[in-house]
Design a binder for this molecule. Structure first.
Ligand SMILES: Cc1cc2nc3c(=O)[nH]c(=O)nc-3n(C[C@H](O)[C@H](O)[C@H](O)COP(=O)(O)OP(=O)(O)OC[C@H]3O[C@@H](n4cnc5c(N)ncnc54)[C@H](O)[C@@H]3O)c2cc1C
Ligand code: FES
Length: 507
């Protein structure tokens, strides 16, 4: 069987040449400051710039290097088994609105591709959710009943085109897939043509609220504006206790080449562990994207095992001839599974947030752009109440709020009392682990040449203890999903500050 590559670069980023933008070096004024250069930020900037609004988009790193650069890019309203649950918890009307919002987003992407003639491998595909176990069959039957109630165009079938012994599947017709970066680069280009400003390597650190709003960057540059849109994945400015209302889950992707002809379609298993399959084309050949192995960030088995499980699954399905890609990323889930899109709190009318897409941000990130641009332009949007972050549905929110925060408390305590027996010098080259340094818990990584990088493993967000992620070579927090590099730099928030480095350890 072909081996796993050591590179963690996703296919999307290696197959395009991304434009680069300057760092913000001076104080500026604009109408709208948008924080974050993923699908939500770029779609919002595109829609506003097209209407003549002055926008400035600030990106902490490079554009499209966050979750959007690491997605599998199915564009669908089939967001796992969800409609039966939404009917029970939110009611039929809101469940239908959710479906319609996602279908509007799909149509918007299709129309934008046509309007700008974007060469982004956009292709209609049917989406399947299937089960191989009798346990999930009832759930699937109930989901199909929900489709019928909501008038969703689909089918209940007993076999699927993939060589998987499925017991049944629910199909959602006429969904789509694309190359997300090729699509979004055209939107970026349109923003620039319309006079919008884009800055890379410009992390936003704070928002000052006065007569106007001012975004203050980590380098103390000031962006004064009327509106701020926070599309930084985890909100970089948390005025709404978002950290206690969401959790982060990682999942893994392999890009594999196969000897067989791929039958078409996008697939997701209803079973545990999750499996996702779609294809794309790479230099005229099919590249099959195999995804799954979800787990809460910083929790679970050593992360390399997740890639190995996907590798086994791929070889059960196909004759795998090469595995040129592997990558992983995380997304956020809200208490009731509906994203938070709208005013950050009821008291902050000009600060907006867009987050919590539960791994369905191609449609929901587009919904965010459409909804927030309407709010800023003073236009009605019928999805406003469904997505408003200020909503509260007692069921299931209370239960999930308690579960999430009890889990955080458990990890806060567990990490502090755990005793690491290893020392930095015990590590092999290329290995990372929790170790003991001067009697205290620390994190060490020894690179391939034997150089040690040691950090204090106490998360700078709220003090939980980090775990080693061997698959991505990062330090991950089990509480709210912050991630840090081997040098201690923040890779993903909510943490804003780097880890303390331990530099005086003898090598
Ligand atoms: C493995 C995987 C597979 C997925 N597959 C699918 C799929 O098939 N279909 C689907 O619909 N969805 C899928 N998703 C979900 C989807 O990719 C995400 O929901 C979506 O990309 C999130 O977009 P975003 O713009 O909110 O965040 P991001 O793309 O993460 O963008 C946020 C940006 O903000 C920047 N940032 C952070 N902090 C700051 C700051 N302080 N200042 C400035 N910038 C900042 C980050 O650097 C980043 O570039 C998948 C997710 C994962 C993890
Ligand atoms: S992310 Fe909140 S404590 Fe680490």
């Amino acid at each position: 069987m072909p081996s796993l590559p050591s590179s963690l670069e996703p296919y999307w980023r290696t197959s395009v040449e991304l434009p680069s933008f300057p760092k913000l070096e001076e104080d500026i004024r604009t109408d709208v400051a948008i924080i974050g250069g993923g699908i939500s930020g770029i779609t919002t900037a595109y829609l506003l710039a097209k209407k003549g609004v002055r926008v400035a988009l600030l990106e902490a790193d490079r554009l499209l290097n966050g979750t959007t650069g690491h997605t599998t890019a199915k564009i669908t309203a089939q967001h796992d088994i969800i409609y039966d649950e939404f009917i029970q918890h939110l009611g039929q009307e809101k469940a239908k609105l959710y479906y319609e919002a996602c279908m509007d987003a799909l149509r918007f992407i299709r129309n934008t591709v046509e309007q700008h003639d974007i060469d982004c491998d956009f292709m209609e595909q049917d989406a399947y959710i299937y089960t191989t176990s009798s346990d999930s069959l009832t759930k699937l039957i109930n989901e199909w009943k929900a489709y019928e109630k909501l008038g969703i165009e689909g089918a209940f079938v007993e076999t699927i085109p993939l060589p998987i012994p499925a017991k049944a599947a629910v199909v959602m017709k006429n969904q789509a897939q694309f190359h997300p970066l090729k699509y979004l680069m055209k939107l970026v280009d349109t923003v620039v043509q319309a006079g919008g400003k884009i800055y890379e390597y410009t992390p936003a650190a704070d928002i000052e609220q006065g007569q106007a709003l001012t975004v203050v960057t980590r380098d103390k540059k000031r962006v004064t504006c009327e509106h701020v849109v926070i599309c930084s994945h985890f909100p970089f400015y948390d005025g709404g206790f978002y950290f206690s209302r969401m959790y982060a889950e990682r999942s893994y992707v392999l890009g594999v080449k196969i000897a067989e002809t791929y039958p078409g379609g996008m697939y997701l298993s209803a079973d545990t562990p999750k499996r996702s399959v779609r294809y794309t084309t790479m230099n005229g050949e099919n590249l099959i994207l195999i995804g799954g192995e979800n787990h809460k960030t910083g929790q679970g088995v050593p992360t390399m095992r997740h890639y190995e499980s996907l590798q086994s699954f791929a070889s059960e399905l196909f004759t795998v001839t090469d595995i040129p890609y592997r990558w992983s990323a995380q997304d956020l889930t809200t208490l009731d599974k509906v994203p938070y899109i709208g005013n950050m709190t009821a008291d902050t009318p000009n600060i907006y947030v867009a987050t919590g897409y539960r791994k369905w941000g191609m449609t929901n990130g587009t919904v965010a752009g459409l909804l927030i641009s309407d709010l800023i332009l003073g236009r009605d949007n019928r999805y406003r109440d469904l997505y408003t972050p200020s909503r509260f549905y007692a069921d299931p929110s209370v239960k999930h709020f308690l579960t999430q925060n009890i889990d955080v408390a458990k990890h806060l305590v567990e990490g502090k009392i755990e005793v690491a027996v290893r020392k930095p010098e015990d590590l092999a080259n290329g290995e990372g682990a929790v170790v003991t340094v001067n009697g205290k818990r620390a994190g060490a990584y020894k690179d391939e040449s034997g150089t040690l990088f040691i950090v204090d493993t106490t998360c700078t967000h709220m003090g939980c203890e980090l775990e080693w992620n061997s698959g991505d070579r990062t330090w991950d927090c089990p509480c709210h999903g912050s991630r840090f590099s081997i040098h201690g730099d923040v890779v993903e928030g909510p943490a804003q500050r780097p880890l303390n480095k331990i530099e005086d350890y003898p090598s």
